[in-house]
Write a protein that binds this ligand. Structure first.
Ligand code: G6P
Length: 615
């Protein structure tokens, strides 16, 4: 939540900051601002001023506004906001300034003790203009600055409670930008002529692919030529940069109308990349886990925690691990787990799923589990993310950068990992017959082709969406392997269309949701030809009798389903445990086309953010 960019180099940075913010807009989009150190002669500190431009609304509004003003300078910071404290107004937008207008700060996070700090600062004579928690930060730096802004930032980190990626510029130190970090994401981008801070790699991929991670309570000074990282005691820390495999093209729309559509169509590639080096020619390799056969065989339980869409991948993981490997699996929302005094037993493996690797609740749940002695496996799409760094093992999904706020390709990549992990554990525990193992492995290997077959029929889903988008209630029903798909389907639709939708196990429908059904309801039934097909048919008959419109995602033509359904989309046949990954693709497209019919912004739905770094 909230996106930060900072640049120091030889070029005028206004456009670099604006373009970077556009690439971070998925992190927050209610207001934005930039601050640039402006001077005709940069060697003369006295002539330097901070010029700030901010605007409520999308970055385009800021860009239009700046277009009318002169802003020149080679050192600057920018911010796109997802409001926490204070409404999304121009005055609350970042950067925020100190009393003398010498220091400008952008911040992503929440200062929990800001009220007490603010009171103290007001007593000392500081003047505040916004309702934000962030505004205490430039004033604190003003108080703490005794000739070195990095030391002042270090004192600031010690003073605040909560979370923050904080970046500051000052007219007194025009040749540097200082940052500090507690819990919120922030990386350094390094290039020959310039250095950057950013919340996420896509913001600066057009300038560099070389990055440095920053750990909690570290402060960083960047100049045009140098990057210095300091630990909490003020000592310089040596750290090697890493090179991102992502490139700028992967963070562009590439001819698609929206990132979401592009990312839906990238799923065959994402699934293939996630398998690369792990599964091929019937062989499964998860050596990256470094777990001994003994450890795997002694496992008594697996605990998976996640939020949002990742939680639905966790439910799929539970189903296949239990079925194939015979290990009991508990799935929890991270936000519940972290506060519910969980029992961490011996021989329990702990898995955290998070596409961003930065979700604050998942991070906190990991810390909670670790403090109780658990070993953590992270499944994430972002190399060097906080969750990746704080876990014992990392299984990266290789879906490429996902810019659309709602998760699509990262979800299917997570499912691929869960399928492979289930198979891997089963193999080690010898709980699956060899022939069955080979059958599932081969089916997984051709999954990208089956996903492509569905995408080739996107126009059929568009037609169904065109005919149903005016309905006011959507019920997604599935059983067993269709159930997590129902949950994710309802989430997808409500996220981007703002239509009321619920995902339910079809067998539970009679215990409540059936009361919602009438002719304004669409029931999306996930009904592949599996062992529970007949039961699903009965459930659909029941809602059909209440006049709901039935849209079935089936796998095999038969008379009964054709008679019952108003609309049908056929997904390719597969092994019943694997229907989930195929059934979600048409639902993503269907939700997309409904939202487009309603003229929604699918890439940046209202009130949402791609990575939730505040509680
Ligand atoms: C936000 C995003 C969702 C995502 C959830 C969990 O709400 O909008 O798309 O599923 O966070 O994010 P994570 O990065 O932990 O998977």
């Amino acid at each position: 939540m909230c996106g930060i960019i900072a640049y120091i180099g030889r070029k005028d940075c206004k456009d670099i900051l604006i373009n970077g913010l556009k690439r971070l807009e998925y992190r927050g989009y209610d207001s934005a601002g930039i601050g640039i150190l402006e001077s005709k002669n940069t060697k003369d500190a006295k002539g330097i001023k901070i010029k700030v431009a901010k605007e409520a609304g999308k970055i385009k509004m800021l860009e239009d506004m700046i277009g009318r003003s002169e802003m020149k300078g080679c050192t600057g910071i920018g911010h796109t906001r997802w409001a926490t404290h204070g409404e999304p107004t121009k005055v609350n937008a970042h950067p925020h300034l100190d009393c003398k207008q010498e220091i400008a700060v952008v911040h992503n996070g929440i200062i929990e003790n800001y009220a007490e700090i603010k009171e103290e600062l007001i007593e000392k004579g500081h003047k505040f203009v916004s309702d934000t928690d962030t505004e205490v930060l430039p004033h604190l730096l003003e108080e703490y600055d005794e000739g070195d802004l990095q030391i002042a930032m270090s004192r600031l980190l010690a003073r605040i409670k909560g979370s923050g990626a904080i970046v500051a510029i000052s007219t007194k130190y025009p040749d540097q930008i200082i940052a500090g970090r507690i819990a919120s994401p922030l990386i350094v981008g390094i290039s020959k002529d310039a250095n950057f801070f950013a919340s996420d790699m896509p913001a600066v991929l057009e300038h560099t692919r070389d990055f440095l991670v920053i750990n909690d309570y570290e402060t960083v000074r960047i100049t045009r030529e140098k990057v210095q990282i300091f630990n909490i005691s003020g000592e310089i820390v040596k750290r090697d940069p890493f090179r991102a495999s992502w490139n700028i093209e992967s963070a562009e729309k590439g001819g698609y109308e929206d990132f979401m559509l592009k990312e839906i169509f990238e799923q065959p590639y994402g699934a293939k990349e996630t398998m690369r080096g792990r599964l091929g020619n019937g062989k499964l390799d998860f050596s990256e886990l470094d777990l001994s056969d003994k450890q795997i065989n002694q496992l008594k339980k697996i605990e998976i925690i996640a939020c949002g869409t990742s939680y639905h991948a966790a439910v799929i993981g539970k189903q296949v691990i239990e079925k194939w490997a015979g290990i009991p699996v508990e799935v929890d929302f991270s936000s519940e787990y972290r506060y519910r005094d969980p029992v961490v037993m011996d021989n329990c493996l702990f898995i955290a799923i998070t596409q961003s690797g930065e979700t604050i609740d998942t991070l906190a749940a990991i810390r909670e589990a670790k403090s109780r002695g658990a070993k953590i496996i992270a499944i994430t799409n972002v190399v060097g993310s906080s969750v990746a760094r704080e876990s014992d093992y990392v299984l990266y999904t290789h879906a490429g950068p996902e810019i659309g706020v709602c998760a699509t390709k990262t979800f299917t990549a997570q499912i691929m990992i869960m399928y492979m992990l289930g198979l891997f554990l089963a193999k080690k525990r010898k709980s699956l017959e060899k022939a069955r193992f080979s059958e599932i492995a081969s089916e997984l290997e051709i999954m990208p082709n089956k996903i492509s077959d569905i995408l080739d029929n996107a126009d059929k889903l568009k037609k169904i969406a065109d005919q149903t988008y005016r309905q006011t209630c959507f019920l997604f029903l599935g059983r067993i392997f269709g159930f997590p798909v129902a949950l994710e389907g309802a989430l997808k639709l409500k996220e981007i269309s703002y239509i009321h939708a619920e995902g339910y196990p079809a067998g539970e429908m009679k215990h409540g949701p059936i009361a919602l059904t009438d002719k304004k309801t669409v029931v999306v039934s996930i009904i592949p030809k599996d062992f529970i097909y007949e039961k699903m048919l009965s459930n659909i008959t029941e809602v059909k009798a209440r006049k709901a419109i039935i849209f079935s995602l089936a796998s095999k033509k038969d008379k009964k389903i054709e008679e019952l359904s108003d609309h049908i989309f056929y997904i390719p046949e597969t092994i019943e445990e694997l229907y989930g990954i195929l059934a979600i693709i048409p639902i993503q497209l269907y939700s997309y086309y409904i939202a487009k019919n309603l003229d929604r912004n699918v890439d940046q739905p209202r009130n949402l953010a791609k990575s939730v770094t505040v509680e």
